[in-house]
Design a binder for this molecule. Structure first.
Ligand SMILES: [Zn+2]
Length: 336
């Protein structure tokens, strides 16, 4: 159906947030001496997170990740010690939670920077740095939501340089590891058309691929079949895995599929209240007329759609969306 001519690893590497390319230095996570020395080394790069937001600066070439040296941060938070991310051969990277006071000091030092939502800011960001920030954000989210043991309720203690937690109650000593919630995302096609839906929570005109969480007792493919039927009552004839993407918003891995529908009959549901079949031509017109808005290009939803669009003769979907945004911005200026 969709032959991109590259293997799954190469396909996944094209997705935003996958380009971390750090050696994760797993063997050093329990070496307290090495970790302490690395945290005093001014070549070390700290990735600050404040309330799950990443530190970025915007300039004419896009969004830049701001990293700190240990001296620039000062004393790390003792309750949430820094988390070792890995090395790129030049620098060791650690994620650090910053307090409100540290946040104020950092923003004073970097007046053009701000702590912001990575999902939106990563649209025009270099892939390596978007990947590092996403990796840091995922661990930060897990650490802050597992502060207490799920069995006995005592505080958890961070171990293995932030990658493992152990219950502080010695009789319990339960270990907790970072968790990821797998979700499937699927572009349903039928011959020369694809089916996009509008979630009830989205603005009018916003359409995307169908998606949902994998439930216990399901394979990824089972989840594709169930979600598509639940959301739009479509039966599938053929399901193909395409690629995956870390999606720390807040804690998922997105598993992307193409699926061919048995027919173009569909219904809607409480969750997906509107769905439409689009051909390359009708999607192009809808974007040019600004009556349809798509998910941002950093998402695997957009990647699945963009590859389908190109392979069906539609050309560069990203450029089309950029043109749409520019035209909409010009329109708004004219109205002012
Ligand atoms: Zn416990």
């Amino acid at each position: 159906m969709i032959a991109t001519g590259i293997d799954h690893l190469a396909r996944s590497k094209r997705n935003q947030f996958t380009a971390v390319r750090l050696n994760r230095e797993v063997e050093l996570r329990d070496d307290a001496e090495w970790v302490a020395a690395a945290l005093c080394d001014q070549q070390t790069r700290l990735v600050p997170l404040w309330r799950s937001r990443s530190l970025l600066e915007h300039n004419t070439s896009g969004s830049l990740a701001i990293y700190l040296s240990p001296d620039e941060l000062g004393q790390p938070d003792r309750i949430q010690p820094p988390t070792l991310l890995g090395t790129d051969g030049k620098h060791d990277y650690f994620a650090v939670s910053v307090t409100d006071e540290q946040k104020d000091n950092i923003l004073e030092r970097f007046p053009n920077a701000l702590f912001t939502n990575l999902r939106r800011a990563s649209i025009d960001m270099a892939a390596k740095h978007a990947g590092i920030l996403a990796y840091a954000k995922a661990l930060h989210y897990w650490q802050h939501r597992h502060a207490f043991c799920g069995v006995c309720g005592n505080p958890n203690l961070l171990r293995s340089a932030g990658h493992r937690m152990v219950c502080s109650n010695e009789e319990c000593s339960r270990e907790t590891f970072p968790r990821i919630d797998p979700a499937i995302i699927v572009l349903v096609t039928h011959e020369n058309a694809c089916l996009l839906g509008r979630n009830v929570r989205w603005n009018p005109g916003h359409f995307s691929t169908l998606a949902g969480f994998v439930e216990p007792g399901e394979s990824l493919e089972d989840a594709v079949v169930r979600e598509v039927y639940e959301e739009v009552s479509v039966q599938l004839a053929d399901i193909r895995y395409v690629s995956s993407q870390p999606w720390p918003f807040p804690a998922s891995t997105m598993c992307g599929f193409y699926a061919e529908a048995v027919s173009r009959n569909f219904g809607v549901s409480e969750e997906v209240q509107e769905a439409r079949w689009f051909t390359v031509e009708s999607l192009t017109s809808a974007l040019k007329d600004d009556v349809v808005r798509l998910s941002p290009p950093v998402s695997i939803a957009f990647r699945l759609l963009a590859d389908w669009f190109r392979q069906n003769g539609g050309g560069d979907l990203e450029q089309l969306v950029r043109d749409q945004r520019k035209a909409a911005a010009v329109g708004r200026l004219k109205q002012q």
